[in-house]
Ligand binder design. Sequence first.
Ligand SMILES: [Zn+2]
Length: 155
Amino acid sequence: MIISGEIKAETAEQLMRSRYSAYATNNAQYIFDTYALKSKQAQSVEEISAWAKSTTWLSLEVVPCEPLSYEQLSVSLLTTDPSLTKSLPTVRFTATYLVDNTLWKMSETSKFVKELDEWRYLDGDITEHNKVREIKRNDLCPCGSRKKFKKCCAK
Ligand SMILES: [Zn+2]
């Protein structure tokens, strides 16, 4: 398991998927640890944990996309070794999640860097973030279980 620290993510996409799993299981420490150094300053384990607890993650779809060249980036990448790669891997994803009885959908293009030979999440550009609909207690659960919401993912 990547998330347990036993094995390392070999690609940015693997790291991205492991971070999604960490959100789904409220492993805030892992999410914090896998931020790039530069991005960690704006984060706290407590805030990540509070967000992860308030959400129920339902689906993840990853869309392969082209790496960004450093020239295309506006961020200064002080923490990366440019000799490792000439471009910055990106992963585009769409995820759905619930907060209480509201279904949300978000799409993001995430950027990753390598620090000390390990993949880290730098930041992301959110391209879509919409409220999809409110789920009623007797509706089918949006997770796809075919059970009623109240007997499935409702809190
Ligand atoms: Zn469900």
